[in-house]
Design a protein around this ligand. Structure first.
Ligand code: PMP
Length: 387
């Protein structure tokens, strides 16, 4: 029989101390409302600068006024409004899919669609760099999960060819959340077609940035709307709001309504978030030049940081160990530039990095200031003298 002497949560202090020693401690830094001393934001995912766009804010306020603060229930009971349906219809149409289903987040959209399309007796082939929400979805599914090397369609085809399961799902991000790279979607889809599998691609970082007018990488590669392709999006990045959605054939969407547990047992997306996302989608549709501007800003940031030419809003500046990455991020913030700092477990060991994110319409003065800070700090860190 075990009679522990220590407090049952004493191990938390040990874990915290170990994380501090390894440079892996995280701290919340609540930001205040924007003001004169607000740092330049190169860390957030507001890629199109829509989160505080007056039209997007007004869309949220109007939805609050008409529908109230909460959606009042799960989507299947009282939580579906015509506003949710309008968003689904317009989102599907914009991205080139037949239908869509709005979830309370991109995370729950991934959990719902992966679990509902697989289950015991099915196979999931997951890219090694898949987002944590896809990883967790795979774990929840109770399917057999095979993780293949990143961006390796041949490996995917090999696993699909050797399978014994009838149903198979291939999952990947379209744009890497930490690397900002593009998945080889056409080759992955060819592998799926050849072996009777469905392709599920997460457009969290593709929507609003890649594809014609920001319609996403699935639209760019001609895969949107194919009958064996399913997409997921978040409403919280380029659309500046909150929530997520699954895009796909009507039969998939109908199945999710019946079977996706993170849809059925979750309260419907709040009206304000729904209304803001719909307003943002309309701004994006009316102003397609925003998507191209993100890539222009990303290229300027990458040049200043000595990083590779970016193909998305995400510009990784890999520095290796957590220490230098944290030192660089801290030095940037001290000079008024907020950059992301990704360390394990968000990225593999030895690849700790700054994660810079570009934003359409970043004022030229901010861009100039940011590039000079980045150059100065990174020169210092790379010379081993970060302070
Ligand atoms: N997928 C990817 C690739 C993401 O980067 C994120 C957000 N970090 C999500 C899904 C989850 O989306 P949400 O924040 O809307 O839950």
């Amino acid at each position: 029989m075990i009679h522990p002497a220590a407090h049952p949560l004493a191990w938390l202090d040990e874990r915290a101390a170990a994380r501090t020693d390894a440079g892996l401690r995280r701290r919340l830094r609540p930001r205040g409302p924007s003001g004169a001393d607000t740092p330049i934001d190169l860390a957030g995912n507001d890629y199109l600068g829509l989160s505080d766009d007056p039209r997007v804010v007004a869309g949220g306020i109007e939805a609050l006024r008409v529908w109230g603060a909460g959606s009042t229930g799960s989507r299947l009971v009282t939580g579906s409004t015509t506003l949710h349906r309008d968003l689904e219809t317009e989102l599907a149409g914009f991205c080139g899919f037949t239908d869509a289903l709005v979830f309370s987040s991109g995370y729950t959209a991934n959990l719902g669609v992966v679990t509902a399309l697989t289950g015991p007796g099915a196979l999931i082939v997951s890219d090694a760099a898949s987002h944590a929400s896809l990883v967790d979805a795979c774990r929840l599914s109770r399917a057999r999960v095979v993780v293949v090397p990143h961006a390796d369609p041949d490996a995917v085809a090999g696993v699909l060819a050797a399978r014994t399961e009838e149903r198979a799902l291939v999952v990947t991000d379209t744009v890497g959340s930490a690397d900002g790279d593009l998945a080889p979607l056409r080759a992955l889809h060819r592998a799926c077609r050849a072996h009777g599998a469905v392709l599920l691609a997460d457009e969290a970082h593709g929507l609003g940035v890649r594809g014609p007018g920001g319609r996403g990488l699935l639209a760019e590669t001609g895969l949107a709307g194919q009958d064996d392709v399913v997409g997921t999006v978040t409403l919280s990045k380029a659309l500046g709001s909150q929530g997520g959605a699954v895009l796909g054939p009507a039969a998939v969407i109908a199945h999710l309504v019946d079977a996706a547990r993170s849809f059925i047992f979750d309260t419907g997306l709040a009206p304000a978030a729904t209304g803001s996302a719909l307003a943002a989608l309309r701004v994006l549709a009316a102003e397609p030049e925003r998507a191209a501007d993100v890539l222009r800003v990303a290229a300027v940031l990458a040049t200043a940081a000595g990083a590779a030419v970016p193909v998305s809003a995400v510009v990784p500046v890999v520095l290796g160990e957590p220490g230098p990455a944290l030192a660089a991020a801290t030095a940037c913030l001290a000079r008024g530039v907020h950059v992301g700092c990704f360390r394990p477990p968000s990225v593999p060991p030895g690849t700790s990095r700054l994660r810079l994110t570009a934003r359409a319409g970043l004022p030229e003065a901010d861009l100039r200031r940011a590039t000079s800070v980045l150059t100065e700090v990174l020169d210092g860190v790379r010379a081993g003298s970060a302070r």
